[in-house]
Design a protein. Structure first.
Length: 97
C-alpha cells in the first residue's frame, strides 16, 4: 500500500509511524474523539458478520436500547459519528444478528 503521511511544515526532525494489528475475534468499540456535537467511533468485528449497533442513555432494569445502525462487516472495522453532545451520557452495544 502506498501512503503519504500528513505533512506538518512546523515539524522538525523525524516522524515515526507504526502499523498495529487488532484482534477482532471479540467485537468492540473505540471512541476516538468526543466534542460538543458528538463522538467519532470505530467499531471492530470479524469480517463477514452482521451487527445491530445500539445505544442507550442509562444501564439497568428498564433500559431502552435504540438501534442506530445495522452494520455488515465487509472489513474488520467501521468508522462513524454519533451526534451525542459531550454533556450527555451514552452507552453502546453490538448484537450479532
Amino acid at each position: 500500500m502506498n501512503w503519504l503521511p500528513p505533512f506538518d511544515a512546523g515539524m522538525d526532525g523525524t516522524g515515526f509511524y507504526r502499523l498495529v494489528g487488532v484482534d477482532v475475534s471479540e467485537s468492540f468499540f473505540e471512541i476516538r474523539q468526543h466534542d460538543a456535537t458528538g463522538m467519532d467511533v470505530i467499531f471492530y468485528g470479524e469480517r463477514g458478520r452482521t451487527f445491530d449497533l445500539e445505544t442507550t442513555d442509562r444501564l439497568g432494569l428498564g433500559s431502552v436500547w435504540t438501534m442506530f445502525q445495522t452494520q455488515s462487516m465487509t472489513n474488520t472495522f467501521h468508522e462513524f459519528r454519533l451526534n451525542v453532545p459531550a454533556s450527555e451520557t451514552r452507552f453502546l452495544r453490538a448484537r450479532e444478528n
